[in-house]
Design a protein around this ligand. Structure first.
Ligand code: ZN
Length: 136
């Protein structure tokens, strides 16, 4: 893979990001190798999540120079893929700002959200991360 975050620089929506990924990597196999894609896009590690009650998380710095994706242990491969895609989505969308500085934590409920309530900023981020992951 050749893709880097420079290829995605001005993209802020799930659809824009996925279009740019496919443009930069037109011969990506299906299913997309999500862990390799993460590595290309500055996710330096994928670790087991140990916080109870959550499916996934993302650790990053204020500048988003790199990230660590956290995934709950013992989930199915499909679930794991979806969670990694969801957290990569949070990492790549500059408008996504976590409740707690540098750390996103996402529950099963977050990952099932399809429609945000009007004005609910957090729900909007979760829905966008889900849309990104589904598209990938
Ligand atoms: Zn989330």
């Amino acid at each position: 893979m050749q893709i880097s975050r420079i290829d995605l620089a001005d993209k802020g929506s799930p659809e824009g990001l996925v279009m740019a990924i496919l443009k930069a990597e037109p011969s990506l196999p299906i299913p997309i190798p999500i862990e390799e894609l993460c590595r290309q896009l500055d996710i330096i590690e994928i670790q087991a999540l140990t916080t109870q009650g959550f499916e996934g998380g993302l650790l990053t710095d204020r500048e988003r120079s790199r990230g660590i994706v956290l995934v709950k242990n013992g989930v199915s491969p499909q679930r794991r893929r979806f969670t990694i895609g969801h957290e990569l989505g949070h990492f790549l969308m500059p408008s996504h700002v976590p409740d707690e500085e540098g750390r996103f934590l996402c529950s099963q409920r977050d990952m099932a959200m399809l429609n945000p309530k009007e004005g609910d900023r957090r729900a909007k981020m979760e829905v966008e991360a889900n849309r990104f992951s589904s598209l990938v």
